[in-house]
Design a protein around this ligand. Structure first.
Ligand code: TYM
Length: 334
């Protein structure tokens, strides 16, 4: 609790270009929850270097991501928006928690298995202990709730396990966080292979809608989206392409699946795909315009970076000092 409010923590990696999946699965929920909670939204650049990055590119993407959080509607006066690398407590707590996490647990993480297969030439220890750093992010702020897409639920589970294990030894140190997953949009699928998650790292450019795609590109990608030959706009597992498009449409328009299915009853796939594309454009366009405006205001963004790093550092240190004391590190002499 901070000032009587429950705490929310979430983050995104500045790796690759953000997709519609990141927006609908996570960022959109951040916006709806932000009034209710004391919120910390991090650009998790420490996580990014678990795969090789070009330094100048990473720096640029991280800044763009931070700007995008604000452009999407998060008020930086009310929400703590900051770079993970600016708060050393993340790495420090992560080390401590490494000593309370088992190799066997980490071995079971599906994201590790996927990433290790993708980056077979660089299966580094950071990639393996990635979920521990994520646990440290969340526990450092004593977060009650963590809004994420479905792909991160396993990492939330291990975070809870680590916290409970630590608390069982040392008393009530950490708040046990709950995941928050939206009713729709929690797993947006590829437009080219609807059995696969829409991902920043997909090599097929038609598979993902990027948050910065212009109107024509968005409409073109939706027109090319893979569907089926059922000729029915129905929400069912047997039609994964249509189901995904309905999910996207509903999340963008805040309509229920039933409403959307009724709206498109008897209509053709062409018309439906165009409507989905237009719904996405109307969500992304204002964000893009605000992003372009904010990006030019260097002093404003710099001010937020400084102020919020200090604020995040303050709360992070509170938890860290408590944890250090519990595990038996000597007190600092001032
Ligand atoms: P990342 O950067 O891969 O994704 C950011 C958020 O977007 C969600 N997401 C999706 N949601 C729906 N459909 C999709 N296709 C889709 N793709 C991505 C993710 O679930 C995530 O919520 N490890 C995290 C970042 C992280 C973090 C944290 C998150 C680090 N520390 C602490 C929460 C709390 C990651 O790589 O997300």
């Amino acid at each position: 609790m901070i000032d009587g409010k429950k705490v929310l923590f979430s983050g995104m990696q500045a790796t690759g270009n953000l997709t519609l999946g990141n927006y609908l699965g996570a960022l959109k929920n951040w916006l709806t929850l932000s009034d209710e909670y004391e919120c910390f939204y991090s650009v998790v650049d420490l996580h990014s270097i678990t795969v090789r990055q070009e330094p100048a590119e990473l720096r640029k993407r991280a800044r763009n991501l931070l700007t995008l959080y604000i452009a999407a509607g998060l008020d930086p006066k009310k929400n703590c928006i900051y770079y993970q690398s600016h708060v050393s407590g993340h790495a420090q707590l992560s080390w401590i928690l490494n000593c309370f996490t088992y190799m066997g647990e980490l071995n079971r993480m599906t994201q590790f298995k996927d990433k290790a297969a993708k980056h077979a030439d660089n299966i580094n220890a950071g990639l393996f202990t990635y979920p521990v750093l994520m646990a440290a992010d969340i526990l450092l702020f004593q977060a009650d709730v963590v809004p994420v897409g479905k792909d991160q639920l396993q990492h939330l589970e291990i975070t809870r396990d680590i916290a409970q294990r630590f608390n069982a030894i040392y008393g009530d140190v950490f708040t046990i966080p709950e995941p928050y997953v939206g009713k729709t949009g929690a797993k947006i699928m590829s437009l080219q292979d609807p059995l696969k998650k829409m991902s920043k790292s997909d090599e097929n450019p038609n598979a993902s809608i990027l948050l910065m795609d212009d109107e024509d590109t968005i409409i073109r990608k939706f027109k090319r989206a893979v569907t089926d030959s059922e000729a029915c706009i129905c929400y069912r597992d047997e039609q994964p392409g249509i189901k995904n498009l309905l999910d996207i449409y509903c999340t963008c328009t805040n309509k229920s699946t039933e409403e959307a299915v009724k709206e498109f009853q008897g209509k053709g796939y062409g018309e439906f795909k165009l409507a989905v594309g237009e719904a996405v454009v109307s969500v992304l366009k204002p964000i893009q315009e605000e992003f372009n405006r904010l990006s030019k205001d260097k002093a404003y963004i710099d001010g937020i970076i400084k102020e919020n790093a200090d604020k995040a550092g303050y709360f992070a240190n509170k938890t860290l000092r408590k944890v250090e004391k519990k595990v038996g590190f000597p007190e600092r002499i001032r």
